[in-house]
Write a protein that binds this ligand. Sequence first.
Ligand SMILES: [Zn+2]
Length: 305
Amino acid sequence: MYRIGIDVGGTNIAMGVVDESLKIIKKNSIKTKEAAEPEAMIAAIAKGVKDLMAEAGLKEDDIESIGVGVPGTAELDTGRIMYANNLGFEEVPFLPKLQEALGDELGSRTVFDNDANAAALGEYVAGGYKVPVFLMVTLGTGIGGGIIIDGKVLRGLNYAAAELGHMSINVEGCDCNCGRKGCFEDYASATALIEMAKAAGLPEDTDGEKFFALVKEGNETAGKVLDKYVFYLSEGLINLINILQPDVLALSGGITRAADLFLDDVRKRVSAGVYSRSSSKNTEIIVAKGIPDAGDVGIIGAALI
Ligand SMILES: [Zn+2]
């Protein structure tokens, strides 16, 4: 049997067929911009699922379940996305509409959850962590988070817990599209890093790969931008550790592929800044390791919902 995982991101909607050993045997991707309205997105996802099954030579009976990770608040009891700032969605009856578009057979096996919760759960399961408090912070278009306590996702009232990206780290800072100022994701997401790089004078076509290549070459501007980024990222992580005291804090997202260029600095800043700095045991900050390719975390996490 196979599961399909669908990761709805602010930039791409990635989907894949996942086998029992948690390997992706087939995947595809849709640009979110090209299916930005809820109805177009739902139709594109349903078509994507069917294309994927055809390419993998699978029939409906071969699919055990379909899981969708969505950015924002996934209301598990009604199937609505209550709010997703990066998609511009409010009160969208996402799951029932998607189930309808997929048809009775597949629709009845389709579930959804917040994308960062799904990714955290995927990492927790695939990585074999058995710690009481596990936190995953995903650095992508925005910042998502998942908090796992004693093996269970902390959902909170309204299923809206762990919106770590919308913790303000600068209350008089820049405007966030959630309506507040100075949110963590506006300073420490992958998008924020690239925006900082461009504002500092690096070329307009700078992306993550080009940016980290410049850092490696010893480009002074890129190095300074990365230092500033590490400062912001560390401040946010210190807040989270002070609140939760997780045993493990795993970082995920495409930019963690370049973690050898910044993770040690993050660890130094965080260990000097956390309230528990004098304690003998402190939070282990690592790059998510359960799912080897950072790009696959969202798909596999969604498949495990
Ligand atoms: Zn915000």
